[in-house]
Design a binder for this molecule. Sequence first.
Ligand code: ISL
Ligand code: CA
Length: 536
Amino acid sequence: MKSNTPWWKSGVVYQIYPRSFYDSNDDGIGDIKGITAKLEYLSWLGIDAIWLSPVNTSPMYDFGYDISDYYDVDDCYGTLDDFMELIDQAHKLGIKIIMDLVVNHTSHMHKWFIESRSSKDNRRRDWYIWHEGKDGKVPNNWKSAFGGSAWEFDPHTGEYYLHSFLKEQPDLNWRNPDMRKSIYKMMRFWLDMGVDGFRLDVVNWFVKDKKFRNNPFTIKPFDPEKHKYDRNRPEVHDYIRELRSVVDEYENRMTVGEVFTLPPGSPVLAASFLGNDNDELHLTFDFSIMYRLWSARRFYNCIKKWYKAIPEGGWPCNVLSNHDQPRSRSRFMGGADSENRARVAAVFLLTIKGTPFLYYGEEIGMKNARLSRGDIVDPLGRRYWPVYRGRDCSRTPMLWNSRSNAGFSTVRPWLPVDSSYKNINVRAQMNDRYSMLNLYRNVLHLRRKHKALSEGEIFPVMKGINGVLAYMRVQGDEKFFIALNFTSKTKRVSEDERGQWRVMFSTHRTKYEHFTSLDMTLAPYEAMIVMRIGDL
Ligand code: ISL
Ligand code: CA
């Protein structure tokens, strides 16, 4: 029977940072052909969709998050033909392709901005956010996320333009209808080509206060203000509804929004972009878990708040790592326990309710690379070193095998390969049934086979007190019990549910072991998935 559930609810998305996945032409930079070459691997792994960080033409001040041509692919990644070939080959394997839509800002080298800054009466002047100075100074106290004022003076016309990030990333003016029309036209270009959807970069920052009021001032490292007026303005929702209607001209497409807030994260804000009755984005990221330390109780509280915030008809989405944060394996710490923790986290991510997003390398337990100042290319790391080392440590090349450069490239890669590659790599882990990689693969395949694990309702059983998290996933006749021991001690699990249960996956015991009640002892850091197979 074909299920009516859309693919983005039951599927698993795998994020690729294209620069670092696989280099097909030996220039040290990952590229589109490299991704196509590794599709077989991803299909073997069992993912359903790929989200590509930006591949559009860019001067790379922010490694692609500064786009100078929305209609083309950057030379360092290949050609438009390579991209079409990637879509084709991926679709043949049943894998969807999601593009990054970076439309809060463009590159300062985008032709729209070049026109906009050319004169005050240019037809594209108002496509960006221009303002005159105040008493010879910046218009207000808004700060760039990457440091300093968010305003840059442009001597040519004597006004300031707004940039929420680098000065090489001027913010677009979403209040301008012609600008929006051009964005929608560009989206249709990619949707017509067969792209399955978009990840919207900083979607909650698109609209700024009309009156340009000062933000209330509070002192926090890297972020010395509350973003009351330059982010999260209510009008943004009107534009997101408009954008959604463009995507809805096509079948089966998906949008996922990056709703960026500082720690502790905000599930309520993230959920607000799901709209009423599904009229805004299909999915949004809540980063609360990424900001939490390792703890069953904290993880439980995050998902509880997240689920509670999701509107009727909405669907959660869960993520442990991305290209902006330290890799989860390293964040969980735990020294010698870090691999065990990463395994528990993997089973958690793949069995809680919501669409999981994996970050390349997470499936082999990749760690943050140790980099020195000379290696750093991220503008954030260069600016704040050594207080903040930037994002390069989680963007290093994928570890494919134990050969030189971990099989990523035959020449020196753009960022160093992490020194752990002799032990942590795809090739070695494919051959080891008990590896992290095979854990991911097994659980991904189990999810595919049993819809309760992907689409089912979730019912908490043990809420993380005492280090154990346990829950049921239920759909139709299918019922699964998942138990996760977040600690290095054995733990007893006991739930009054008689019946015949069978172990479908465990980090510690053999598959198909049977239970007649849910009364069991978990080994340290054991994660297990059991299925109800009948009455007693
Ligand atoms: O990465 C950050 C600091 O660790 C965040 O402040 C980041 O700026 C925020 O997550 C927004 O990120 C997105 O937009 C940025 C880009 O640099 C990020 O890579 C992207 O994910 C500007 O486009
Ligand atoms: Ca290359």
